[in-house]
Design a protein around this ligand. Structure first.
Ligand code: OGA
Ligand code: MN
Length: 291
């Protein structure tokens, strides 16, 4: 058997992302190899491992190499959690006996960073594909270091010390999570406050930190001024080509860094089944700190 330490890092050639080839994630990975993997993750922000065969325990075990796992996020009503593994977030459009077996359905997802409405958002998310559609459901990733570096200088200076409130009430498909009201005033909204510019604790690089656009609020600004500033930042994101799209195959495992990337999903055809398991790794630090 080939040595696990011989894996290769093959960059996508886009603004972020690399394939790791020659590594079996269900088998043991020694500390030196894991160190190399961590450095590749720091360099490329998103890593893809194809042709994996992971059961729930193996997915959790590999995910936990990156840190303590967080529980899956709070669901909308009528979407059950994984029956036995609180760390696994089932993402699926499959409906069994009239009940969705997982979250996010067939909707197109807005650009977002996972669970940034928490004070300590997960630093990493891992998404493992079990059943995938032939077409649709691609996941797009976006490089927020580069977005920060390419901001017009006046805009970059303006946001340097500003804080943003990240809304906890809706998921990335816009669905209301159980237990929240449909509407809140900006200064009453459940969520967490983070700087708009953060410094990555491992790479030392500065990054935009946007969360998601719906219901975001730049703390202290009048609603209209906040909307104008956030619209300018998101227009910069939308205008850029700092992204890479993942077209899923069964057995793909992708890990992304929530501190310096956004992601979103295209729509799904309800007739094509898609079943994914996600885990999330707790951040070991506050997301903030622009210096
Ligand atoms: C997620 C997510 C995207 C997808 O699980 O956090 O955004 O492609 N999923 O399902
Ligand atoms: Mn997500």
């Amino acid at each position: 058997m080939a040595s696990q330490s011989q894996f290769e890092v093959v960059p996508t050639g886009a603004a972020l992302g690399a394939d790791i080839t020659g590594l079996d994630l269900a088998a043991a990975i020694d500390a030196a190899s894991f160190g190399r993997l961590s450095r590749a993750w720091g360099d490329h922000l998103v890593l893809r491992f194809r042709d994996q065969s992971l059961d729930e325990a193996a997915l959790i075990e590999f995910s936990a190499r990156f840190g303590v796992l967080d529980a899956a996020p709070r669901r909308p009503v009528n979407v059950p959690n994984h029956p036995t593994r609180s760390e696994i977030n089932i993402v699926s459009n499959i409906i069994e006996n009239g009940t969705p077996i997982g979250g996010l359905g067939n909707a197109e997802l807005v650009w977002h960073q996972d669970m940034s409405y928490k004070d300590l958002p997960p630093k990493a998310s891992l998404l493992y594909a079990i059943e995938t559609p032939v077409t649709g459901g691609d996941t797009h990733f976006y490089n927020l270091y580069s977005a920060y570096e390419t901001l017009p200088p006046e805009l970059r200076a303006r946001i340097e010390t500003l804080l943003c409130k990240h809304d906890a009430t809706r998921n990335s498909a816009g669905q209301l999570r159980a237990g929240f009201d449909a509407d809140y005033a900006n200064n009453q909204r459940p969520g967490a406050v983070h700087p708009l510019v953060v410094r990555h604790p491992d790479t030392g690089r500065k990054s935009l930190y946007l969360g998601r656009r719906p219901n975001a609020w730049v703390v202290g600004l009048a609603d209209a001024d906040s909307d104008q500033l956030l619209d300018a930042l998101w227009a910069h994101v939308e205008a850029g080509s700092l992204n890479w799209a993942q077209h899923w195959r069964p057995g793909d495992l992708v890990i992304w860094d929530n501190r310096c990337t956004l992601h979103r999903r295209g729509t799904l055809d309800p007739a094509q089944r898609r079943l994914m398991y996600r885990t999330q790794v707790r951040g070991g630090h506050a997301a903030g700190g622009s210096d």
